[in-house]
Design a protein around this ligand. Structure first.
Ligand code: G1P
Ligand code: ZN
Length: 540
């Protein structure tokens, strides 16, 4: 089989963002587009000849063709062994786990995470390093630089590898191992959590449904919840990964998983529900007529995870992304646990997890994880909740009200202005940045600005600095506004505004509590002037 250097032209838009490179499927399907990205990744690194690479994807449209391209380029570049999930499937946390389990050089995951799929949807690619963490910015910058000037990629001319059944195959000099995508991951979960206790909870009549949103967690959830934990068949819904996610937008939040929220608001709702996203790293937790915000969920995990056997005496600290609410800060303060606040994006947690500064981390964007893998993990978060429910013998609502009683309730909401003109959004942020020094002391309705800052971060391990990571406005009454631009969108820009406010009373209407905060923000930001729209496209 021939390995050749194929001439190519660079694309100037191959810039890696918050989480890998994401573009429309039609962009990725352009001539040599994916080939350029994959080769740029390999050209930016050294020492992988003969080593192992893990490859998988979330099953979205183009996954099947893209996997073959990745395999052939990786083989042509000299990887000795490639482990790939059957059908080309792997969830992001499972891929991360396989990297460390097999002492691999790294892994390539084909996913646009929670972005819509199908022919008209999005596609993406991400590289995880040998510790199973998303490539750090210093490395993704190299990918971006290389992609700008790439002029050839290595190609192994060979028939497609059969991925429909497990087993060893040969691709040139490279061994391809097609494996069951679920088993190793499920074994890891059984080592972390007390499956016996969760089984007992289910046997006691506690009802649970898991919504895989027609995405990658379907096979994982069916095996773990139905086969291992004995839930009745059909408890896992939307369980078959489909190229277009069956027209669901695989983002587990109250907007895009409204069908699940409606189900949980019905009188015959199950006791507990969870959902995950396209590639299985996000999670949403619901109980009967109750949505638990990811920020509150992180606080509850911080409260109870240290009591689970696996984490006992190994609970070093917690980190949250800056826009995540400070509900967790109150728990760490009370329990004297170290807390870190990082920029948005999972990649900032990797060093903290690995250097044992933290054990748990989470984001308001429905992500949570621990040091079991260096990616966030939706099924892990769901199992963590189930294990805590089993161990504490409390209902989800009780865990939440316990938290609010102790620390007050941090009311929280996010407004997204999606797909707006990128230049206008930049102007809005620049103008807000310019206002930062003069905001303190100004009064907006019943709220006064206490402080304002452009968030920057220094990694405690590498001392690398990240500046300009969003703007934070702290107001009186423990209210806060955060504004930042998304780094994962594929069209125009997305402005994200995060609002929070603390109240002792926890039964108020969130809309009323947050209305003055939202009003203050709209006066300060002048959203309608810059963006020519005055209502958010998603309220989460
Ligand atoms: C979004 C979330 C962020 C998350 C990322 C990847 O990034 O806000 O918390 O880590 O997706 O799942 P953004 O689009 O805001 O840059
Ligand atoms: Zn995801």
């Amino acid at each position: 089989m021939d390995i050749t250097a194929v001439k190519t032209e660079p694309y100037q838009d191959q810039k890696f963002g918050t989480s890998g490179l994401r573009r429309r499927v039609s962009v990725f399907m352009q001539k040599n587009y994916l080939q350029n990205v994959v080769q740029s990744i390999f050209d930016s690194m050294e020492g992988f000849e003969g080593k192992t690479l893990i490859v998988g994807g979330d099953g979205r449209y183009f996954n099947d063709k893209a996997i073959q391209i990745v395999l052939k380029i990786a083989a042509a570049n000299g990887f000795g062994r490639i482990i790939v999930g059957k059908n080309g499937w792997l969830s992001t946390p499972a891929l991360s786990h396989l990297i460390t389990l097999n002492e691999a050089f790294g892994g390539i995951i084909l996913t646009a995470s929670h972005n819509p799929g199908g022919k008209d949807g999005d596609f993406g690619i991400k590289f995880d390093t040998s510790n199973g963490a998303p490539a750090p910015v210093s490395l993704t910058n190299k990918f971006t630089q290389r992609a700008k000037i790439i002029d050839r990629f290595w190609w192994l001319d060979a028939p497609d590898v059969e991925l429909g059944n497990t087993g060893k195959k040969q691709l040139g000099n490279t061994t391809i191992e097609v494996i069951d995508p679920v088993l190793d991951y499920a074994n890891m979960m059984q080592k972390i959590f007390n499956f016996k206790a969760i089984k007992k909870l289910f046997n006691s009549g506690f009802t649970f449904t898991f919504d895989a949103m027609n995405a990658i967690t379907g096979p994982y959830a069916k095996y773990i919840f139905e086969e291992l934990l004995g839930l009745p068949q059909g408890s896992v819904v939307h369980a078959v990964p489909l190229p277009d996610f069956g027209h669901l937008h695989p983002d587990p939040n109250p907007v895009y998983a409204k069908h699940l929220v409606d189900r949980m608001n019905a009188d015959d709702a199950p006791d507990f529900a969870a959902a995950s996203d396209g590639d299985g790293d996000r999670y949403m937790i619901l109980s009967k007529k109750l949505f638990i915000t990811p920020s509150d969920s992180l606080a509850i995990l911080t409260e109870h995870l240290p009591n689970l056997a696996y984490y006992k005496n190994k609970f070093y600290g917690v980190a949250r992304s800056m826009p995540t609410s400070n509900a967790v800060d109150k728990v760490t303060k009370r329990k004297k646990i170290p807390l870190y606040v990082t920029p948005t994006g999972w990649k900032y947690f990797g060093n903290l997890l690995q250097s044992k500064k933290i054990t748990l981390c989470g984001e308001e964007s429905f992500g949570a994880g621990s040091n079991h893998v260096l990616e966030k993990d939706g099924i892990w978060a769901t199992l963590a909740w189930l294990n805590i429910l089993a161990q504490t013998n409390k209902k989800p609502a009780e865990l939440l009200t316990d938290l609010w009683q102790k620390d007050g309730r941090i009311y929280y909401i996010r407004h997204d202005y999606e797909n707006v003109n990128a230049e206008n959004a930049r102007h809005l942020m620049d103008s807000l940045g310019a206002q930062v020094p003069t905001l303190p002391g100004q009064q907006f309705g019943c709220l006064t600005v206490k402080s304002a800052e452009i968030f920057s971060y220094e990694d405690p391990i590498t001392k690398e600095r990240e500046s300009n990571q969003g703007i934070v406005i702290n107001l009186s009454k423990e209210a806060r506004v955060v504004a930042r631009l998304s780094g994962t969108g594929t069209m125009g820009a997305t402005l994200r505004l995060y609002f929070s406010r603390k109240e002792k009373s926890y039964t108020d209407n969130p809309d009323e509590v947050l209305a003055p905060v939202i009003l203050a923000a709209s006066t300060i930001l002048q959203i309608s002037k810059y963006l020519e729209i005055d209502v958010p496209t998603a309220i989460i």
